[in-house]
Design a protein around this ligand. Structure first.
Ligand SMILES: *[C@@H]1O[C@H](CO)[C@@H](O)[C@H](O)[C@H]1NC(C)=O
Length: 138
């Protein structure tokens, strides 16, 4: 029983602690996306409450609304080019809480997904988990 508890704790405590994004990163994201936020909420028809709170709450619904909301932001910020590929230099330049290693890791193999909303979701998911798991590095 003790061993099982130790194993469970070992799994769940780090997992729970890591589901969090620093206030600084939340602030940078808010600043960067603010000029496009409202237009992208309308375009994607995402629930405005989720659009407002997803990063704070670590809540990333795997649906078209959220994916297309991200795609709209990424396109507006020129993170995504008109051909649907991502511009790593632009991303790291603007979202400066990321470095090239992280961007490269998250952009690796990303073009296999052809649905641009889903592709945006995949990028976001990767970045947010990387930021949460190695907060001391970013
Ligand atoms: C966000 O923008 C505000 C207002 O321009 C600025 O004071 C603040 O330093 C910015 N925060 C970050 C983390 O960039």
């Amino acid at each position: 029983m003790l061993i099982i508890s130790v194993i469970l704790l070992g799994f769940f405590i780090p997992a729970m602690n890591s589901q969090e994004i620093s206030q600084y990163i939340q602030d940078v994201w808010r600043n960067v996306t603010l000029p496009h936020h409202d237009a992208c909420v309308i375009e994607s028809q995402i629930d405005p409450l989720i659009a407002e709170t997803w990063l704070r709450d670590f809540h990333m619904p795997d649906d078209d609304y959220f994916g297309c909301f991200l795609k709209c932001l990424y396109s507006s910020l020129n993170f995504m080019r008109s051909d649907g590929t991502f511009d790593q230099h632009e991303i790291v330049d603007v979202a400066h809480y990321m470095d090239h290693d992280m961007a490269e890791m998250c952009l690796e193999n990303i073009d296999v997904e052809e649905n641009l909303c889903k592709k945006s979701y995949n990028l976001c998911w990767c970045v947010v988990h990387a930021l949460a798991e190695w907060p001391e590095e970013y």
